[in-house]
Design a protein around this ligand. Structure first.
Ligand code: ARG
Length: 420
């Protein structure tokens, strides 16, 4: 067994680490129950958590000790909506000057920033040239630091829609690998991306802020197209994330059976009821507006997009508040890439400002996100899961802003960052 594991590790390119690590600290937040556990002890073997208990109660285990002193431990955070190979300071037409390879290389630096901010798992919902796949494989191999990545590869979109590239002159002919139309077309596209390594399907159900020539509220696939896309993805065992700002597009996506709706700006009471009935999660990037309106013009965001942002920003926050109050399930999705990578945790305070208790905002980025991903190997500090955790000073359930200053990041039982 051991030999087989070592062989598997060698093949995976990482040294076999049959290591036992014993982690202790003053406190640990149990995100499932919301309770603070005093003097916890966590044992991890070969990157997985094997035991969790209270110091003194749990029998001493041999192993490398990591004492985090007076810090508070919580699970590694999960961001359900990032674009690691995007840079908000290179927006609009100036981005066209850079080739695909540039964005992939940039992603290496952004993956490092992301994990150092405490996000040990991310869902990358759209990147060109399979950049997220390359990043994922390099991170898994131990070649570069970064979070676990659930890659969508290309976001799927209708011709001329939000996920198309409409900024180039009409006569330009170029590759648009994410574009598909018609029920059969989107079905084929899902199969193609799955074949190439997508682990989640992202598609654009409505217009958006950053695209040229799209009305942010307009639906962009028919119900029949969305139904076919979601059915095909689910048949392949893939979850589906739908970008949707507009009311009709949001409802069509929920009716089609998507797993998460992204942005969700103009959802109404009927959309909340539909989502509750189907168990659809909302993933709302409600920090973004501040950054886009403050920095967008300087970053090259065209005025047409800034105008759309002014239409969406406040409304989206009000929708977030109403949806949460209505009982819609929420996950944490920041759309980092539209704002700086590494600042993901700034969104926690916004979620609290707009009606969530701090513990619920933390749950959205841990236990709830893991559930929405359909994964039982991340999101909680319990035996069987990856030993991914962070530590902060103070009590994040009293002040979520502590999550902006992560002192310790541990992934696979190994310390990735120690900023004590
Ligand atoms: N990617 C999204 C879009 O272009 C970003 C929306 C950002 N604005 C916001 N208020 N969340 O539509």
């Amino acid at each position: 067994m051991k030999t087989m594991m070592m062989l598997a590790a060698l093949l995976a390119g990482t040294a076999a680490q049959a290591e036992t690590v014993v982690i202790t600290a003053a406190r640990m937040l149990d995100v499932a129950s919301g309770r603070m556990i005093e003097k916890p002890i966590i044992v991890a073997e070969d990157g997985r958590i094997t035991k969790v208990g209270r110091q003194g109660e749990l029998l001493a285990t041999d192993g490398r000790r990591i004492d985090l002193g007076n810090l508070t431990i919580l699970p590694g955070l999960i961001d359900m909506h990032v674009h690691l190979s995007s840079d908000p300071t290179l927006s609009g037409m100036q981005a066209l000057r850079y080739p695909n390879s540039f964005w992939t290389v940039l992603g290496v630096a952004m993956a490092k920033r992301t994990i150092e901010a405490g996000f040990t798992t991310v869902r990358n919902v759209g990147s060109a040239d399979y950049a997220d796949l390359g990043l994922k494989l390099a991170i898994e191999r131990g070649a570069i630091p970064g979070p676990r990545i659930v890659p969508a590869t290309y976001a799927i979109g209708a011709t001329g829609g939000h996920c198309d590239s409409n900024e180039l002159p009409a006569n330009y002919v170029f590759d648009r690998p994410g574009i598909a139309d018609g029920p059969d077309g989107v079905r084929q596209k899902v199969r193609e991306l799955h074949r190439r390594g997508a682990e989640v399907i992202k598609y654009c159900a409505t217009g958006g802020v950053f695209s040229i020539g799209t009305s942010v509220g307009a639906q962009q696939y028919t119900q029949a197209e969305m139904n076919a896309l979601v059915e095909e993805a689910h048949m392949l065992g893939l979850k589906v994330a739908a970008h949707a700002h507009g009311t009709n597009g949001i409802k069509a996506a929920i009716r089609a059976g998507v797993d998460t709706v992204e942005h969700v700006s103009f959802a109404d009471a009927e959309a909340f009821e539909l989502a509750k009935k189907t168990g659809t999660w909302f993933s709302m990037d409600i920090y973004n507006d501040d950054y886009i309106l403050a920095e967008g013009a300087k970053n090259g965001v065209p005025e047409s997009s800034l105008a759309k942002e002014r239409e969406v920003g406040l409304k989206q926050r009000q929708t977030f508040q109403a949806a949460w109050k209505a009982g819609v399930k929420m996950v944490f999705g920041s759309d980092a890439g539209v704002y700086p990578h590494g600042d993901n945790a700034r969104q926690f305070a916004k979620m609290v400002e707009w009606g969530m208790a701090p513990i619920d905002a933390i749950r959205a980025a841990t236990v709830m996100a893991a559930e929405a991903l359909g994964r039982d190997d991340v999101g909680q500090i319990v035996p069987g899961r990856f030993a991914d955790m962070i530590a902060v000073a103070g009590d994040p359930t009293a002040n979520v802003a502590t999550l902006r200053d992560v002192k310790i990041v541990i992934k696979d039982g190994a310390v990735v960052k120690d900023a004590r």
